[in-house]
Design a protein around this ligand. Structure first.
Ligand code: SF4
Ligand code: SF4
Length: 505
């Protein structure tokens, strides 16, 4: 019997193994019961080379959730790739009900918003079976310009100069004042502005990509792209979209508009296609990288089976290097501000006809360089000798092109917690190729240790606060979630909850 068995008790183990449990106890934490969303005690257990979150709700009993299938990588995240948390400029709430019922950002949170996600509409021109915002054509609510300005002001109040703002939805390009929103962003201190889009308007509307390209530099399209076949887009998006995605990318290439391809990964649907997506992306002149997001259980998630469909970040990392062996595991590193949820790999592109040739870089960055909290900047020559000779040689080999954006932005542009790499004056943004794995927490995986590091923050609709995306999806997005939160807060303050006794020894 393993700890997965709901009937597991210490008594079983006494019979079978005389006081020895079949796992290593790694740590204790607090997590959410996926049924009632109340906080419950939890443990992290290492068993058969995997790491599990083992929870016990006093009302609904035990649950076991796979956190990682790679113990070594798990320990790398937990024990090596850590750095002092960078804080927001302002906290927006106090601590009253306890995490995660106080968002946010409350003083107990441990990371500022590396990415601020501003949702400007609930409407969408698709109705994907998988949509954490539950958007669709039937939803007609759009935020007013007044609301959006207040949301952007909240981002700036919390972040000062915001590193990355993503305009999102629903489908943001359907907002009737879409370009006014981009103009409002441009009037504020935002270093890098992105538009999260399904690409339909870019593909269908002549001149739309050209108009978007005028917002460069410091502007990028974050394009939904789940794979190269209609079978994949049918499953995840409910429509045959391959041709329209190709058309959108063709237009983005024509106008040279920096683009990241963003794939939602679902087991047995497109987990085999990671290598194909990266190979395709590397051939596109405008594409700067790929973001891989393993599916999480939020919003509309038709036919989602948490056991069968989910797969953890560690498995995405492993499948990536199996399917695209240009990268090795040593190239895909935890991002120190939020290592549980984000991993990255950087490569340099070749020049001219060699544009699709990728030379991985991250393997040459020792952890102490990434974790250097000092100025958070790598100076290529001079006072940071930790930058290895091999990396220096690569930069020298490749630093011959002239790009539109400063080299100092290249590594740091989308993950502000990374160091800047300076003194590569001729290496432009178009020479950098970036792979990010971003695994959001859901009601199954959320624990109170990791959620405090959540670094994608969402302004509330009234602009009064920023809320981590992971908790926003569970508790704060729409009216049903907010009503449930009120009940949870009440239970938390009154202590009134149903209990049963489980697993008595
Ligand atoms: S998730 Fe962060 S902001 Fe929200 S209650 Fe917990 S510590 Fe506070
Ligand atoms: S996932 Fe994106 S494209 Fe699909 S319905 Fe949601 S907002 Fe629209």
């Amino acid at each position: 019997m393993s700890s997965a068995d709901p009937n597991y008790t210490d008594a079983n183990y006494k019979e079978e193994r005389r006081n020895k449990r079949p796992y290593l106890f790694y740590s204790a934490t607090r997590a959410l019961c996926s049924k009632c969303l109340l906080v419950c005690d939890a443990k992290e257990l290492v068993e058969d080379g995997k790491v599990y979150l083992w929870k016990r709700c006093l009302q609904h009993g035990p649950e076991r959730v796979l956190l990682s299938d790679d113990v070594d990588y798990f320990k790398l995240c937990r024990e090596v790739y850590l750095k002092p948390p960078e804080q927001v400029e302002q906290y927006n709430t106090g601590v009253k009900y306890g995490c995660p019922y106080d968002c946010g950002i409350c003083p107990d949170h441990e990371q500022h918003g590396c990415v601020s996600l501003v949702e400007v509409t609930d409407h969408c021109n698709l109705r994907c079976p998988t949509c954490f915002a539950s958007s669709g054509p039937e939803r007609q609510t759009v935020r007013s310009m007044e609301q959006i300005e207040a949301m952007l002001d909240r981002v700036v109040a919390n972040e000062g100069t915001a590193e990355v703002v993503q305009i999102s939805g629903g489908e943001p390009t359907t907002h009737p004042q879409f370009f006014d929103i981009l103009d409002a962003c441009r009037q504020r201190p935002i270093k890098h502005l992105m538009v999260n889009t399904n690409g339909l308007r870019i593909a269908r509307e002549q001149g739309f990509a050209e108009r978007l390209a005028q917002y460069q530099p410091g502007f990028e399209i974050y394009l939904q792209f789940d794979g190269l076949t209609d079978e994949i887009t049918q499953d995840l998006r409910g429509a045959d979209l391959t041709e329209i995605k190709y058309k959108a990318i063709e237009r983005l290439n024509e106008v040279g508009l920096s683009t990241t391809l963003v794939a939602t990964l679902k087991r047995d649907v497109n987990d085999h296609a990671i290598g194909q997506i990266i190979e395709f992306a590397a051939k596109q002149p405008a594409v700067r990288g790929v973001t891989l997001q393993p599916i999480h259980d939020s919003g509309r998630n038709e036919d989602f089976n948490p056991d069968a469909n989910r797969f953890p970040l560690s498995e995405v990392r492993r499948r990536l290097v199996e399917q695209f062996p240009t990268f090795t595991a040593a190239d895909v590193l935890p991002v120190p501000c939020n290592p549980d949820s984000i991993a990255m790999a950087y490569a340099l592109r070749g020049e001219g006809d060699e544009h699709s040739t990728l030379t991985p870089l991250t393997r040459y960055i020792p952890p102490e360089v990434l974790l250097d909290a000092g100025g958070n900047t790598i100076v290529y020559e001079g006072d940071k000798p930790l930058l290895g000779a091999a990396m220096k040689q690569i930069f020298e080999t490749f630093s011959t092109s002239h790009g539109p954006e400063g080299a100092g932005n290249a590594l740091r542009d989308l993950l502000c917690c990374l160091p800047q790499v300076e003194a590569m004056p001729n290496l432009g943004y178009e020479r950098v190729f970036r792979i990010i794995i971003m695994a959001f927490l859901d009601k199954h995986t959320l624990d109170l240790r990791s959620v405090r590091k959540s670094c994608v923050h969402v302004p509330s609709r009234d602009g009064s606060k920023m809320i981590p995306l992971d908790t926003y999806n569970i508790f704060y997005r729409d009216e049903p979630e907010r009503q449930h939160l009120q009940q949870l807060r009440q239970i938390t303050t009154t202590g009134l909850r149903k209990t049963q006794t489980y697993g008595a020894v």
